[in-house]
Design a protein around this ligand. Structure first.
Ligand SMILES: C[S@@+](CC[C@H](N)C(=O)[O-])C[C@H]1O[C@@H](n2cnc3c(N)ncnc32)[C@H](O)[C@@H]1O
Length: 136
């Protein structure tokens, strides 16, 4: 997903209560980082603009959601989408966290103490192109 630079993203994410700036510090502590500390955690890899996690999290207060994407630019949009959905649901944002990280090295930020009950991967990229098809 190619994106124009958004000058507001860095400040908004830095000020957001549900954006985790240094996920390395959270290894083994994700459950305790949520405001609701004693409930299952679901993970979305490559959450992009956050439309999926925003709807799900705002409608399921009994589950904690962690959204990870490599691009801060899209996480800025995810943050805004989450705020919009919680406003609609008239709920405090207490069961969702976002962080920017490369999921190929996700073992640096999650360990066995960070029990995850479900993983979502929606429309991952890169999309295979026709030219990538094996030729005989
Ligand atoms: C096609 S978009 C889909 C976004 C979202 N899941 C959706 O359904 O709208 C794929 C997303 O995965 C992210 N992504 C791709 N490779 C990644 C990686 N190695 N680590 C973390 N995120 C990655 C991209 O930045 C992008 O936001």
């Amino acid at each position: 997903m190619r994106m124009r630079r958004k000058p507001w993203v860095r400040t908004e994410l830095a000020e957001s209560e549900f954006f985790i700036d240094n996920p390395l510090e959270n290894i083994g502590k994700w459950h305790k980082t949520f405001k609701r500390t004693k409930q299952p955690m679901h993970l979305e890899l490559g959450c992009g603009k956050g439309s999926f996690i925003a709807k799900l999290a705002s409608q399921n207060p009994q589950i904690n959601y962690l959204g990870i994407d490599i691009k801060s630019e899209v996480l800025g949009l995810a943050k805004r989408n989450i705020e919009k959905e919680y406003l609609k649901a008239k709920r405090e944002i207490d069961n969702v966290l976002l962080t920017a990280y490369e999921i190929e090295i996700i073992q640096n930020i999650l360990n066995e103490k960070d029990k995850i009950d479900r993983i979502y991967i929606n429309f991952c990229n890169p999309w295979p192109k026709p030219r990538h098809n094996k030729k005989d």
